[in-house]
Design a protein around this ligand. Structure first.
Ligand SMILES: *Cc1c(COP(=O)(O)O)cnc(C)c1O
Length: 386
């Protein structure tokens, strides 16, 4: 098969499966409202849970650091790209989350790739929740370790996999808050199983950090555990982008010596690191934003209780409305869009087959009226006379 045939075939498959993905240009965006083609929408698809992408203090500190350090870092952290702003951000993360070592990555995706492939090798075993983010699953496949996936949150199967002793090292992978279902994992139980079976535990808390726990310390604070490897990302509640690994000194040193993602890649701009330090400060003292977010979640859940919409029972900002049929999901998303509401349909392979959905995400910036109107529209869509 030649290249053009291969590419044409692959694209044709996406069209036949009706899973064609399309990007939209967002013209303006202030967390609650977005503009597409000059039309205004209430935005229910952002991970900007606290609205910090538009926080004046964070923007100002980015500007000040930009003037001080310039736009780029100039190299990898091992050459000249380890600026005092990066150092400060690491210290701020260590103090906040009470870990001896923080290391910075460009994104959650690249952090997971670098961390898992640097740790795991032939003869090792990775045990991951089936609903783990694709960055975790893909890098587990890329590593040479054996990968076993346990059904979502099934502790009996996790136990069964963890007991096995014919592997050199074992790594258990889960998330604090699952990105597509919005539920938690029983971190205390998983932590116990990991300890008992001499496995490292990796928790990706992309959707819990900043939002849950005291000072926004995330899912692990709520469950009172400290995983060996805690991944947090800055693209969600932080309102910026990037990621960090929190771990102990010796694990940290191992990554500094062996992680190709750290050694061979330009570090994030120092100004961004400064803005991230400001974002941590903001998050730590943002109980009122977290309260507002919880108020919004509770109000929304109270509203939908009166109907039998197929929502999953989620108590977090992620409220998945399971439709199943891809076409119907798209139809609902388009219907909402026509009425000024943006809620993106999520189709396989991002979610399991026959579980396509609308992933409605709630932020601290939404108004009660947004939820009231949204529920009215959902009611019309599901219950209108045919
Ligand atoms: C969003 C997300 C990532 C990817 O993080 P980016 O910084 O956006 O690359 C990784 N893991 C989970 C669980 C996520 O939800």
């Amino acid at each position: 098969m030649n290249w053009s045939k291969f590419l044409k075939n692959k694209l044709e498959i996406r069209k036949i499966e009706k899973l064609w993905r399309k990007r939209r240009i967002i013209e303006n965006y202030n967390t609650r409202i977005i503009y597409i083609n000059k039309k205004k929408y209430i935005n229910f698809s952002s991970n900007n849970y606290l609205g910090l992408s538009h926080n004046k203090n964070i923007i100002e500190s980015w500007k000040i650091a930009l003037n001080k350090y310039g736009s780029g870092s100039g190299g990898s952290g091992h050459i000249i790209g380890y600026n005092e702003a990066h150092y400060k951000l690491e210290k701020d993360l260590e103090n906040w989350l009470d870990y001896p070592q923080a290391l910075l990555f460009h994104s959650g995706y690249s952090a997971n790739q670098s961390i898992i492939t640097t740790l795991m090798n032939k003869k090792d075993l990775i045990i991951a929740d089936k609903l783990s983010h694709i960055s975790l699953i893909e890098s587990s496949i890329f590593s040479k370790a054996k990968l076993k996936r346990f059904p979502h949150n099934r502790m009996d199967i996790l136990k069964k996999f963890s007991i096995q002793n014919d592997f050199s090292k074992k790594l258990i992978i889960t998330e604090g808050v699952f990105s597509m279902d919005g539920d938690h994992s029983p971190l205390n139980k998983i932590h116990h199983i990991a300890k008992k079976n001499n496995a490292f535990l990796l928790v990706d808390d992309a959707h819990g950090i900043g939002v849950l726990g005291k000072e926004g310390k995330g899912s692990c604070e709520v469950y009172n555990i400290k995983p060996d490897l805690l991944i947090i990302t800055f693209g969600k509640a932080f309102g910026l982008s990037g990621a960090a690994l929190l771990c102990n000194k010796i694990i940290g040193e191992y990554f500094l010596q062996y992680s190709k993602g750290l050694i061979y890649s330009t570090s994030i701009p120092p100004a961004q690191a400064s803005a991230l330090s400001k974002s941590i400060l903001q998050i730590r003292k943002s109980d009122c934003l977290r309260n507002k977010l919880n108020e919004n979640i509770n109000y929304f859940r109270k509203l939908i209780k009166n109907y039998n919409f197929p929502f999953l029972d989620s108590h977090t900002a992620i409220q998945p409305l399971i439709i199943g049929d891809n076409q119907k999901s798209l139809k609902l998303s388009n219907f909402l869009k026509k009425n000024g509401f943006f809620a993106q349909a999520i189709l396989p392979p991002s979610v399991p087959k026959n579980s396509s959905r609308l992933r409605i995400t709630i932020t601290a910036n939404h108004l009660f009226i947004d939820f009231e109107k949204l529920v009215e529209l959902l009611n019309y869509f599901f219950n209108k006379k045919k």
